[in-house]
Write a protein that binds this ligand. Sequence first.
Ligand code: ZN
Length: 135
Amino acid sequence: MKLSHIEHIGIAVQSLSEAIKYYEEVLDLKCYAIEEVKDQKVKTAFFNIGDTKIELLESTDPEGPIGKFIEKKGPGVHHIAFAVENIGESLKEAESKGVKLIDLVPRKGAEGLDIGFLHPKSTLGVLTEFCENNN
Ligand code: ZN
């Protein structure tokens, strides 16, 4: 597989508006997009930093993945996303190397990217996302 860079870091937050305020006013980054991803039960906000983005994640449903994460662990770093070439093949390759996958095949994530998650039990506790921009 070929990973080119860290596409984004996903951060679970209690309140998107509070978190945006911190990133904009303290870190002087600019939120360039807010998007709801309905099937993930999240609202996201994006910031560019070099080739990488910060993806803030606010739960829209306590039963959703981010709602459950915050209940268990509190707000904080949720996942790291690598840009990969040929995400479908990369997921298969990871599986063939013994990694448990959350997504066996890519699906659509925020910003229209094709994404797939590796299970944190197989990735030393770091929820890992592969993503590829096929737009
Ligand atoms: Zn992500």
